[in-house]
Design a protein around this ligand. Sequence first.
Ligand code: ARG
Length: 432
Amino acid sequence: MSKQLWNKGFEPDKMIERFTVGKDRELDLRLARYDVQGSMAHIRMLESIGLLTKDELSLLLPALQEIADSIEKGEFTIEDGIEDVHSQVEFLLTAKLGDVGKKIHSGRSRNDQVLVDLKLFFRDELKRIAEAVGRLFDRLQSLSEAHRDKLMPGYTHLQVAMPSSFGLWFGAYAESLVDDMQLVAAAYNIANQNPLGSAAGYGSSFPLDREMTTSLLGFADLHYNVVAAQMSRGKTERAVAAAIAAVAATLGHLAMDVCMWMCNNFGFVKFPDELTTGSSIMPHKKNPDVFEIMRGKCNRMQSLPNELTILTANLPLGYNRDLQLMKDIMFPATTDLVECLDMADFMLSHIEVKADILDDSRYDYIFTVEDVNRLVREGVPFRDAYRKVGLSVQDGTYSPTREIRHTHIGSIGDPANEKIAAKMKSILSKFK
Ligand code: ARG
């Protein structure tokens, strides 16, 4: 006898079962703890509205706690023949408690159950991402301060342009992460709303106390309208994907910079030998594979919003099984992002930065704007000063004064790291 919750006396075709269940048995393991949390809140609420007795509740709660413990110990599995985590939990309860176990699904559908699981899951994953971003942010800021006065070339069109500094370079990625965190916080707020009670997507004729489950599960608010609650599947994922893609874009960009600055032709940064990788044929190679893998993973993560858009475009209103496939897109991505953030933090804790790069005569022209500005300060109109320096470059007589006077806020002389730290602190405080 097959074990579908919806079994009505006929055996579903095995091939159909395998195809529709797909990777759920494996992926749903990440939802298991949230599924139990959701069920605990749901049955407390059912008891409060008279659909379970106190005695039934006091049998069910410890049994669910036992399942929760087995999940934390890594002993929980979804058995063959059982479709998903929601079914597995109900089967375990029924196996243990008989008829009482069969009562927990009143006023609920797997459609709102999986929604609750996903919201709780994304809430935690976004918090994990926020913490990892916070750690990398701190690393970048302290590197910015430590190397504040070490100059490096700034490029436009990948041509040597104006003086920059390691203080600005590290600090730039820190501030860029602040903007990404706005999106992470927005996704967090969208995920932090309770869909439970929307059932199959159209509510229930039981007088469900949805405010009670909202507060039991620690959600900031509800998805009130039951149809909107069901619509939030896909919408939540797209918000999370946008946040992940934003952080990934910044991190991927940083990874590309590091690969380039590590290139022998630049040689601006290096890492201890044991953090580089070698070649099977060229004995001298010390390769930046870590940052290449990071760049590749981050580039892939930027396709997440696109993948979800294509998967969910023009679905009919209400639950559709296509939505199940989003788990396979989103679950590996949150893990990959946190792993990349932690790896970047680790690598940067060992970065070595070259001093006195701009003393090399190949960067002489980087000082032309400084010299134009010096003439302007002496009273020469800007366009005349520009021409004068330009002509000296043209006829080969230009010789840089190498004097740098950037003092305004956000410049080499004042990277404003404390102001940027204050912005980050205020966003991170929203994840409490
Ligand atoms: N595994 C399913 C999913 O992720 C659970 C919900 C099933 N609901 C249904 N009506 N078949 O979407």
